[in-house]
Ligand binder design. Structure first.
Ligand code: IMP
Ligand code: MG
Length: 181
């Protein structure tokens, strides 16, 4: 039986079962799209960590990982609009099929910044995988090539997504009501 809320009392927006099913579909799609190629997943810490590890296990190709870290939200739910690369990739991405793996596309500022940076380093190809997409919030023209779910403009936590570093380990994606923000 599927519960409608977690132990925290937060409302579940996307259940762990829905996530697993969709991540498997995305993995199959990536496997088909890159047939005969090798792939580099670049995860955006920390929010994309569960998505990357689950997605990679659904891809039947040779996938290597790297991780970057950017500053965007700090401890608030409002983006500063400023993006800064805090940790770069460990190895060069030149000539590689790169998929940037991110938890959520919101305004798009983070991914449009990363896209530009990455293209400067001449990957063979560059795509974006995002578990969640708040389409209505977009202020840049960036889009995800592999998107798990389009969601409304609500602040969500769980499955890697945080509020002030908390709630990342909730297995479902849940809505954080304004009174808890
Ligand atoms: P963007 O640059 O506005 O697209 O924001 C992307 C980043 O903002 C994501 O990587 C998240 O860290 C954070 N973010 C945006 N919306 C949410 C949310 O609903 N919950 C948690 N983090 C969010
Ligand atoms: Mg993030």
């Amino acid at each position: 039986m599927q519960s409608s809320a977690t132990a925290t009392g937060l409302r579940v927006l996307i259940s762990r079962e829905q996530i697993a099913k969709r991540v498997a579909e995305l993995g199959q799609q990536i496997t088909r799209d890159y047939e005969g190629e090798t792939l580099l997943f670049v995860g955006v810490l920390k929010g994309a960590s569960f998505f990357l590890s689950d997605l990679a296990r659904q891809v039947s190709l040779d996938v290597t990982f790297d991780f970057i870290s950017v500053s965007s939200y700090g401890n608030s739910v409002r983006s500063s609009g400023e993006v800064r690369l805090v940790k770069d990739v460990d190895n060069p991405i030149e000539g590689k099929n790169v998929v940037i793996v991110e938890d959520i596309l919101d305004t798009g500022l983070t991914l449009s910044f990363l896209r530009k940076q990455f293209l400067n380093h001449k990957p063979k190809s560059l795509k974006i995988a995002a578990l969640l997409d708040k389409v209505s919030r977009r202020i840049t023209d960036v889009h995800g090539n592999y998107v798990g779910f389009e969601i409304p403009d609500e602040f969500v936590v769980g499955y890697g997504l945080d509020y002030a570093e908390h709630y990342r380990n909730l297995p479902d994606v849940c809505v954080l009501p304004p009174e808890l923000q």
